[in-house]
Design a protein around this ligand. Structure first.
Ligand code: PAF
Length: 291
């Protein structure tokens, strides 16, 4: 079993037009390849809701603010294609950089508000790169639905905002983070961890879940976040880039757990930057402050 690999916008549009003749509902799953179980869960979700599924594979240079990160990004197209074929995805769209950004390319899509702070503060230009390539992938594929993981929670907000603001007729479906059995959020960057770092890595998720529970029990936000930052460093992470409580539905900073929130973190383990986030339920009536 194999999957057709399409390299140009024109070929992609021809294939989608033929599907449209048969009234097929089309989904797109944007990826940068190095597919793991997290990506495959998006493809399965897409296959459950659409008749035809396009998976895109493009390591987008404009969203990397660090050239060594771009150079080190894993590239495994043959393995990715085999995984997608066995799931039954319909097209792997893998354009090269000249197809995506032809000579003279001069447009940037920039989403304000939700792209500010968190990763946006530490990766200048990152979300402009993401928003620009995602807008192009939506317009190139003309898909009805697009699937993104909650692991990149700020990205999910950016993509929802851009589709709404640019009137792109596409439904954005957010899917839960897929975790390793020890709790580590799946990420293409996990392969860069050494054996000893891999043992420490799941502590980030463990601390986030624990802190989420404490917030819901009424712990003051500032105290709970300070304790969590210390715990992450004590666990063996080199540096906490950010750890913040934000509103789940609007990403606005939350000073109290009075509505559903998200605890979002980025931290460096050796030379690898990991991000994760967990939901925080509002303080229950009758909960007593534990601190
Ligand atoms: O999440 C990713 O892999 C990328 O940011 C995306 C959405 C494919 C855009 O390049």
């Amino acid at each position: 079993m194999s999957i057709p690999i399409v390299r140009t916008v024109a070929e992609l549009r021809t294939a989608v037009a033929a599907w449209r003749q048969d009234n097929h509902r089309v989904a797109v799953v944007p990826t940068m390849g190095a597919l793991h179980e997290g990506h495959l869960s998006l493809v399965r979700a897409a296959l459950g809701q659409a008749d035809r599924v396009i998976v895109t594979l493009f390591v987008n240079p404009t969203q990397f603010n660090n050239s060594s990160d771009l150079a080190a990004y894993p590239r495994t197209e043959d393995e990715d294609a085999a995984k997608l074929a066995s799931l039954g995805a319909h097209i792997l769209y893998a354009p090269d950089a000249d197809e995506m950004y032809p000579q003279g390319f001069a447009t940037t899509v920039s989403v304000s508000g939700v792209s500010e702070g968190l990763c946006g503060a530490f990766r200048p230009g990152h979300f402009d790169g993401v928003a620009t390539v995602v807008a192009k992938l939506f317009l190139q594929s003309g898909a009805d639905l697009a699937f993104f993981g909650e692991k990149d929670f700020q990205q999910l907000h950016v993509v929802r905002r851009l589709a709404r603001d640019l009137d792109i007729p596409i439904e954005i479906v957010g899917c839960p983070t897929v975790r390793e059995p020890d709790g580590l959020a799946m990420s293409s960057r996990n392969v860069r961890l050494s054996a000893s770092e891999r043992e420490i890595a799941p502590m980030l998720a463990e601390i986030l879940f624990d802190t989420s529970g404490r917030l819901t029990e009424g712990a003051p936000v500032d105290d709970a976040l300070a304790t969590a930052r210390e715990a992450i460093v004590r666990a063996g992470y080199r540096k906490v880039e950010y750890l913040e409580l934000r509103g789940d539905d609007d990403l606005k900073p939350l000073g109290a757990t009075d509505r559903q929130g998200r605890l979002l973190a980025a931290a460096w383990l050796g030379e690898t930057r990991l991000i994760d986030n967990v939901k925080v339920m509002p303080v229950r009536h009758g909960s007593r402050n534990r601190l």
